[in-house]
Design a protein around this ligand. Structure first.
Ligand SMILES: Cc1ncc(COP(=O)(O)O)c(C=O)c1O
Length: 382
């Protein structure tokens, strides 16, 4: 078959960066002029700005979202013999960070509407070994934090928010990462706030926790060559701090554009028999990192759309408990039915701030054409 031209990309980073090019290159120039490549003043300035943005007392820049999760757990003393509860429908890094501390990931299923941790199932997963909970604010929507925090407080558990997909998302007026003991962000290039490489941050209202993470990210050094604990090299690059500081100024505007695109998709896709649009929970503000619909015959539909030049994604095709890496947990099919059902039906449509109404209409037209035919209602007898 003749290859179709790409009609709609999944993400267009070039369109995002072109208008900012001069400002971004000047910011890099400043890092070069100061030779402040590893950590340094540009990272410190970004940390200040990002803490203010998240409405937290502190932000600590690290090398990636994975490191943010890992160090947030380590700094709270979580390790061998401990259990940490999270959800199976997330990116691998959430569980990986738990395992890299030496702790064991324990999963609870997600809510069928929001695709985030089902707070009603949390209590049942708690054991005497449970130390922390990691709710994941998936696709840009925050988990239902009040009941999660209430259960965690009753059992004296730490709460670490995985906010890697939730820059600018809110829950009852509070920003992602500002509710639990700590919140972890990724600035992977495709995120709502993306670096020009790898970067991440931990935000927290707990200054002593922030200080522990600052020490851990720098080889356990409190002062030069005095190592009070065994840490790691997890510093943020100066260039990433400089880039992120420029891009942070446009985050709210970019998120507003994402929300407008989501409303347009919602309107054009409403009422289709074979498609479920994402729910924006009333308790918060969705940041639409991804716009994910549910469809039957997902793999066939994805293939048709790909052939028609519409770039879509699947986030994620296999829940974590079904990954080979976690085979030893012995969690077979049916362990988490909602997460497993979603993994078979999720289809992420193109979503980025620079998407145009015409592109959205093209996606919707092609998607509707690819759906299974609607059942014809039986003719009414007169
Ligand atoms: C939910 C979630 N957690 C953690 C991460 C890890 O972040 P990073 O890729 O910056 O290490 C990601 C990134 O894709 C993510 O989406």
């Amino acid at each position: 078959m003749e290859k179709q031209l790409l009609q709609v990309p999944f993400l267009d980073l070039r369109a995002q960066h072109d208008p900012l090019r001069a400002e971004l290159l000047a910011a890099i120039g400043e890092v070069v002029d100061r030779s402040a490549f590893a950590g340094g003043p540009m990272v410190a300035k970004f940390e200040e700005d990002f803490a203010a943005y998240c409405r937290t007392r502190a932000a600590v820049g690290v090398g990636s979202g994975t490191e943010a999760l890992w160090l947030a757990l380590l700094a709270q003393g979580i390790g061998h013999g401990d259990e940490v509860i999270t959800v199976p429908n997330t990116f691998m890094a959430t569980a990986e960070a738990i395992s890299y501390c030496g702790a064991r990931p324990v999963f609870v299923d997600v809510d069928e509407q929001t695709y985030t941790m089902d707070p009603r199932q949390l209590e049942g997963a708690i054991t005497p070994r449970t130390r922390a909970v990691i709710p994941v604010h998936l696709f840009g929507q925050m988990a239902d934090m009040d009941p999660i925090m209430e259960t965690a407080r009753r059992h004296r558990l730490m709460v670490i928010e995985d906010a890697c997909q939730a820059h600018g998302a809110e829950y009852k007026g509070r920003r992602a990462g500002s509710i639990g003991n700590a919140g972890c962000y990724s600035f992977y290039p495709g995120k709502n706030l993306g670096a020009w490489g790898e970067a991440g941050a931990v935000v927290t209202n707990d200054q002593s926790l922030a200080e522990k993470i600052r020490i851990l990210r720098d080889h356990g050094q409190e002062t030069k060559y005095h190592h009070s604990c065994i840490g790691w090299n997890a510093r943020m690059d100066g260039i990433q701090g400089a880039i992120l500081r420029v891009k942070l100024k446009g985050l709210d505007r970019a998120n507003a554009a994402r929300r407008a695109h989501a409303r347009r998709y919602d309107g054009l896709l409403a009422g289709l028999e074979h498609l479920t649009v994402p729910l924006a929970a009333e308790y918060g503000v969705h940041a639409y990192h991804l716009y994910v619909v549910r469809v039957p015959e997902r793999d066939r539909i994805l293939q048709v759309l790909t052939e028609r030049g519409i770039a879509c994604g699947i986030h994620y095709p296999n829940p974590i408990h079904r990954q080979d890496a976690y085979r030893s947990l012995g969690l077979g099919p049916g362990s988490f039915p909602v997460a497993e059902r979603c993994a078979g039906e999720f289809l992420s449509l193109p979503m980025f701030p620079e998407l145009t109404p015409a592109q959205i209409e093209t996606v919707v037209r092609e998607l509707k054409a690819a759906l299974p035919p609607a059942r014809i209602p039986e003719a009414r007898v007169a």
